[in-house]
Ligand binder design. Structure first.
Ligand SMILES: [Mg+2]
Length: 313
């Protein structure tokens, strides 16, 4: 497979999921059961035209682009600041959605606080705001060792989300994404991803947090009934619901629509799982009609090419 196809599969998979979810963000599961999303809509919650992606994709593109020039936490933080200040990497020049914890961290960066110190550290700063933008880190799996990569994932999370729970959610997600990039199917990638990160999260600094990931580490998240799957903005809910959708679907479109029709934080759940589904099914299996509606499609394709050249050489 062309390496640019590999990077585009993840980036476009995430972005299309985000854009599908934006018009119905914050709607309830009951509403989605009554009126399920089946294709790309527009307007709704944020009154944006079809194909408009949000903060999830913007910050993902900022990270991917920054990684094109090598790994620098300062450069990544600076690109997040440019997004906030100059609407950099926004779909249509307008920043219409930002999480509280991300906003607070960007304000701290503005005051000159270093990226290492900027992120929210308290327990209630565990929204899904770093999980939704961490995917590009998986593509560095050929550049550094797994343990070094996970350390970097924790640091990149900590720019906005510095609590161990958010960092671990990102680490587990990236470990699974790497297994998918290496060719595993979703069920195998889920188990391999957990297996690979097990020793890191058995260390003392993470052990107290591990029970929060109990349903994920059981290896049986897919078997839970839908009533037990929460789809709000809490990072554990987003990781669980994303894996649940990935493991209970058999195409890209089924995966992301299932995520959106759980209701709640629709765009982020669909973005998080859309990245994984994009990697597994490939960009060629994302409905072309949806891709054609995506704002700045060509810019995203160009970014995927530059990113592939940087991480796969
Ligand atoms: Mg969003």
């Amino acid at each position: 497979m062309l390496t640019a196809t590999k990077t585009l599969s993840g980036l476009m998979g995430l972005c299309v999921g985000d854009a599908l979810g934006v018009p119905v963000e914050f709607t309830s599961r009951a509403e989605r059961v009554k009126s399920p999303v089946t294709t790309m809509l527009g307007y709704g919650t944020w009154n944006q035209p079809p194909g408009t992606w949000s903060d999830d994709s913007s910050l993902t593109f900022c990270l991917a682009e920054s990684l094109c020039r090598g790994y620098s936490l300062d450069a990544i933080a600076n690109s997040f600041w440019r997004w906030y200040k100059q609407a950099y990497w926004t779909a249509r020049g307008d920043l219409f959605d930002i999480g509280q914890t991300t906003h607070a961290a960007i304000m701290r960066l503005k005051q000159g606080i270093l990226p290492h110190q900027a992120g929210g550290k308290v327990e209630n700063s565990n929204g899904n705001g770093s999980l939704m933008r961490i995917l590009p880190m998986a593509y560095c799996h050929k550049i550094v060792t797994f343990n070094e990569l996970i350390a970097r994932v924790h640091d990149v999370s900590a720019i906005t989300h510095a609590h161990a729970r958010s960092q671990m959610a990102c680490g587990i997600y990236i470990s699974i994404a790497i297994a998918l990039l290496e060719g595993a199917n979703p069920q195998a990638a889920y188990l391999q991803g957990l297996e690979k990160i097990q020793s890191i999260y058995s260390e003392r600094e993470y052990i107290l947090e591990k029970p929060h990931f109990g349903r994920i580490f059981s290896g049986e998240i897919a078997k839970l009934p839908v009533e037990e799957i929460n789809s709000g903005g809490y990072v554990i809910d987003t990781l669980e619901s994303s894996l649940w959708c990935l493991l209970n679907s058999s195409s890209y479109s089924e995966t992301v629509l299932k995520a959106i029709n759980l209701g709640g934080d629709t765009d982020t759940t669909a973005a998080v799982v859309g990245g994984l589904a994009g990697i597994y099914y490939g960009v060629e299996n994302i409905p072309q009609a949806w891709i054609n509606q995506i704002a700045r499609k060509q810019d995203i394709i160009n970014l995927a090419e530059r990113f592939a050249a940087a991480v796969y050489t």
